[in-house]
Design a protein around this ligand. Structure first.
Ligand code: NAD
Ligand code: ZN
Length: 250
């Protein structure tokens, strides 16, 4: 077993208040392309141009043509071993909450109960005029762009570039970063603010930060971080196996 896996498993085994920040990378193996990487969707569409609130308000039909394609991928996606592993770590009393930047709802589908949806959830649509909300899958069946009963175009209930983080999610994530005894960062490039600031709050308190990512990310240059190189599924499988073998030895 790799030394970094053993070190990560040792830190995780001792934790009783582990915060986890996840990003698009954890859902790549579910078939949902990340923003950064070499996959279809974002080579065709520039996220900064398409998933921006100004672009949406100016030309919702254009943005909805892309969103329609993305939503159909999202609805078919199933959680991976990595999502299940984080739910398992929650049941074991190790992970206290998962802060996810993802909008796919896969953590909840895998059984995680304490999830902070930092960027909202694409399974809901909201009207920008009257604020009424709808189920995405049902509304999209009626055609794209989906319309509210008031006649306005609906927007996925997710945080676009240029929009603030929902207050409650922002506050809970901050509390967690300030209280956690371990911080795990899974499948995120750490380039989207303000989510990318959360691990630094832990680091400043002397709390170790474990990074699970096949690529080196900037955060891994900071003292107090431990980069475990590999996919979310591969690394978490090894970590869970290591924890289980330790329990058997006890
Ligand atoms: P990102 O696209 O910027 O970075 C993805 C990261 O995942 C990269 O560092 C990459 O090396 C890593 N990665 C790729 N495959 C991996 C794997 N198998 N296991 C672990 N890591 C892997 O993603 P981000 O940092 O989350 O920022 C993008 C923003 O886009 C987020 O705010 C998120 O809301 C949104 N987004 C969400 C989804 C989703 O809901 N699934 C998909 C695309 C984008
Ligand atoms: Zn409306």
């Amino acid at each position: 077993m790799k030394d970094t896996i053993l070190r990560a498993a040792s830190l995780i085994g001792k934790s009783s208040n582990c915060a986890v920040l996840t990003g698009a990378g954890i859902s790549v193996e579910s078939g949902i392309p990340a923003f950064r990487g070499h996959q279809g969707l974002w080579e065709k569409y520039d996220p900064a141009e398409f998933v921006h609130i100004v672009a949406f308000r100016m030309n919702p039909e254009k943005v909805w043509n892309m969103l329609g394609e993305m939503m159909s991928v999202l609805f078919e996606a199933k959680p991976t071993f990595a999502h299940f592993a984080l739910a398992e770590l929650e049941k074991m009393g190790i992970v206290s909450r998962v802060i996810t930047q993802n909008i796919d709802g896969l953590h909840q589908m895998a059984g995680s109960c304490k999830v902070i949806e930092y960027h909202g959830n694409a399974r809901n649509l909201a009207c920008l005029d009257c604020r009424e909300t709808f189920d995405s899958e049902e509304k999209l069946g009626e055609g794209v762009p989906p319309l509210c009963t008031c006649g306005s175009i609906l927007k996925p209930d997710v945080v676009f570039f240029g929009e603030p983080i929902p207050k409650e999610a922002a506050a809970s994530a901050l509390d967690l970063a300030r209280e956690s005894d371990l911080f795990m960062v899974v499948g995120t490039s750490g380039t989207v603010a303000p989510a990318n600031q959360l691990p630094f709050i832990a680091l400043e308190r002397g709390v170790p930060v474990i990074i699970i990512n096949p690529e080196r990310i900037e955060l891994s240059a900071y003292p107090g971080t431990l980069w475990v190189e590999g996919t979310a599924t591969g690394v978490l499988k090894n970590i869970i196996e290591t924890l289980e073998s330790r329990t058997e030895e006890d």
